[in-house]
Design a protein around this ligand. Structure first.
Ligand code: PLP
Ligand code: SF4
Length: 470
C-alpha cells in the first residue's frame, strides 16, 4: 500500500517549535538609543524671545523665513534678547567685522542653535563668526583655493573633469556660510573682500549653454552658485529644460543648502517645488537623471520639518544626496558623523561626500586635519548601508579636484602636509593640502611662520611624493 507522503512526514510541532525559538547572537538594543528615528517636532523656535508667539503656520512660511533672516549683530540682539550676554554680543560684533563673508542666518537655523552653549554649538560655529575664535589664515592660502576660475572657459562655468561641468548660475544664497569655498564670488562685498561678479545674467547663461552645447564629452552638470534655492521657478524651468535639450547631457543636479537651513520652502513654495518636479519628470521621460544635492553638516539640522520636506521630494521621485563639510567642533566627532548619516538616511537623503574643509579665508578655526578625517571615516564605514556611507574627499587646492582622503601619495602629520595626485584630471601634477596650524606642535607652528623653512618643508614633501609616484 502506498504511503501518503503527508502522513509519512515527522509530526509538524517539532519543526514549528524550532522556527519559533530565535537565538539572539547580539545583545538587545535599547530603542531609546535609536535616536535618529525620533526627530524633534516641538515648536523649538518659540524659545527665541522675539518668536515666542510665532505659530507653526507662520514659521513654516518660506517668505517669513526670508524676511526674518539675521544679517547684523543688531538684528541678532533684537531676536535672541536675554538669551545671550553682552560679552557674547561683543564677540559677535568683532566676528562680523573680521568676516570675509556677508552674514545671513535663517530663523530655522537660529532657532536650532542651543543658546545655553553658544560658544560650543555646532550650528553657531558654522554661521556666526566670533572674534575670539578666529585664527590666522594658513600661509599657503589663496582666495580661490580650488582654482575654479582657472578652469573656467566662461565666467562661472568650471570644466575641470573630463565629462562634467560646474555651472555657477547665480551668486546669492538663502544663508551665507562662513566656510564657503566660493567666498571669492558668493555674497555681498565685505570690508575684507571684493568679489568676482557671477550675477544671474542672461548673457552669461547664454555663453555657458553655448559652451556646453559645443562640448560633446560633457554628460554631467552641477548647477550651483550661490544656491539653487534662490532661483525663481521660471529660472529652474529654463535652466532645467535647456540642459535637458542638450543631447549629450545625461545627468544634472541642482545644488542647494536649502533643505538643511530652510526645509519649509519645499513645503510652502509650491511654484518652486512644481518647477523642480516638472524638470525631474521630463528628464525621467527622456532617460535622464535630475537630482538635488544638499548640504547638511550637523545632526541638529535634521528635524521633523526636514523629514516632512524630504518626504515630499521622495514621494515625487526626486533623488536627494548630501555633501557635508568636515568641520572642527561641528561634525569631526565620530559619533556626530554616525548620527548625521543615520538621520539623513532615515529621511531618504543619501550621504554622498564629506569634504575635508578647504583653505578658505577666516575659517582656520573650522578646519581639521587629514588624520582626523581618516579616523572618522573609519568609524563611519560599516555603520550603515554602503550607499548611505559618504566618501571622505580632499578637494585638492590648485584644481586637482576631489581625491579620496586615504589616497594621498604622502602625508606627514607633523608638518600637516599631504600630497595627492589626480591622474584622470591633471596627470603628472602634484597637489598639496595643509592641516590647520593650530593642530600642529608649537615648534612646527613657528617653522611655518618662517618663509624659508616653509618653502623647504613644502619642497621636501613634493620631492618625496614625486619619488614615490614615479
Ligand atoms: C565636485 C565637482 C563636480 C562634480 O563632481 P562629482 O564627484 O561628480 O560630485 C564637477 N565639477 C567641479 C569643478 C567640482 O568641483
Ligand atoms: S549656501 Fe553654499 S554657496 Fe552659499 S554660502 Fe553656503 S556653502 Fe557657499
Amino acid at each position: 500500500m502506498a504511503t501518503n507522503p503527508v502522513e509519512a512526514k515527522p509530526t509538524a510541532p517539532i519543526v514549528n517549535d524550532d522556527l519559533e525559538r530565535i537565538t539572539h547572537l547580539k545583545p538587545q538594543v535599547d530603542p531609546a538609543s535609536i535616536s535618529w528615528r525620533n526627530l524633534r517636532r516641538d515648536a523649538f523656535w518659540q524659545r527665541i524671545p522675539a518668536w515666542q508667539d510665532v505659530d507653526e503656520e507662520t514659521f513654516l512660511d518660506h517668505k517669513w523665513q526670508e524676511k526674518n533672516a539675521i544679517t547684523s549683530p543688531a538684528k541678532l540682539v533684537k531676536t535672541v534678547q536675554e538669551l545671550v550676554g553682552s560679552d557674547f554680543i561683543a564677540d559677535v560684533e568683532a566676528g562680523f567685522a573680521a568676516a570675509p563673508m556677508a552674514v545671513r542666518i535663517s530663523p530655522y537655523v537660529l532657532a536650532l542653535i542651543d543658546w545655553e552653549t553658544p560658544y560650543a554649538d555646532g550650528l553657531r560655529r558654522q554661521f556666526l563668526p566670533l572674534g575670539s575664535q578666529i585664527e590666522p589664515d594658513h600661509p599657503m592660502l589663496t582666495l580661490d583655493s580650488l582654482g575654479e576660475q582657472a578652469d573656467a572657459p566662461v565666467p562661472g562655468l568650471t570644466h575641470r573633469y573630463p565629462d562634467k561641468a560646474l555651472f555657477l548660475v547665480l551668486d546669492t544664497c538663502p544663508v551665507y556660510c562662513r566656510f564657503c569655498t566660493r567666498s571669492y564670488a558668493v555674497g555681498l562685498d565685505t570690508e575684507e573682500v571684493e568679489k568676482v561678479q557671477l550675477k544671474a545674467t542672461r548673457a552669461r547663461w547664454d555663453r555657458a549653454f553655448k559652451y556646453m552645447n559645443e562640448r560633446v564629452e560633457l554628460e554631467d552638470v552641477v548647477i550651483s552658485g550661490g544656491d539653487a534655492y534662490r532661483l525663481k521657478a521660471d529660472q529652474i524651468r529654463e535652466i532645467g529644460n535647456r540642459l535637458l535639450d542638450i543631447p549629450h547631457i545625461r545627468r544634472f543636479r541642482f545644488a542647494t543648502k536649502g533643505p538643511a537651513i530652510m526645509p519649509m520652502k519645499v513645503l510652502t513654495d509650491h511654484d518652486w517645488l512644481d518647477a523642480l518636479t516638472e524638470v525631474v519628470v521630463r528628464g525621467r521621460s527622456m532617460g535622464k537623471e535630475v537630482a538635488l544635492h544638499t548640504h547638511f553638516n550637523h545632526p541638529n539640522e535634521v528635524t521633523g520639518i526636514s523629514q516632512d520636506a524630504m518626504g515630499v521630494l521622495f514621494e515625487r521621485g526626486i533623488t536627494v544626496r548630501n555633501q557635508s563639510v568636515f568641520q572642527r567642533g561641528v561634525n569631526d566627532h565620530p559619533e556626530t558623523m554616525v548620527e548625521l548619516s543615520k538621520r539623513l538616511s532615515h529621511i531618504n537623503v543619501h550621504p554622498y561626500y564629506v569634504y575635508i574643509h578647504d583653505l578658505v579665508r577666516g575659517t582656520e578655526d573650522l578646519r581639521t586635519t587629514v588624520a582626523r578625517g581618516v579616523q572618522v571615516e573609519k568609524r563611519l564605514r560599516g555603520a550603515t548601508a554602503g550607499f548611505n556611507t559618504p566618501t571622505f574627499v580632499v578637494d585638492a587646492p590648485g584644481g586637482g579636484g576631489k581625491r579620496d582622503i586615504h589616497s594621498f601619495e604622502y602625508y606627514d602629520q607633523e608638518t600637516g602636509i599631504s600630497v595627492y595626485t589626480a591622474p584622470a584630471v591633471k596627470a603628472g601634477k602634484l597637489f598639496t593640502y595643509f592641516d590647520p596650524l593650530s593642530e600642529l606642535s608649537g615648534a612646527m607652528q613657528q617653522a611655518w611662520g618662517d618663509p624659508k623653512l616653509r618653502h623647504e618643508m613644502v619642497h621636501d614633501a613634493l620631492s618625496t611624493a614625486r619619488s614615490r609616484t614615479i
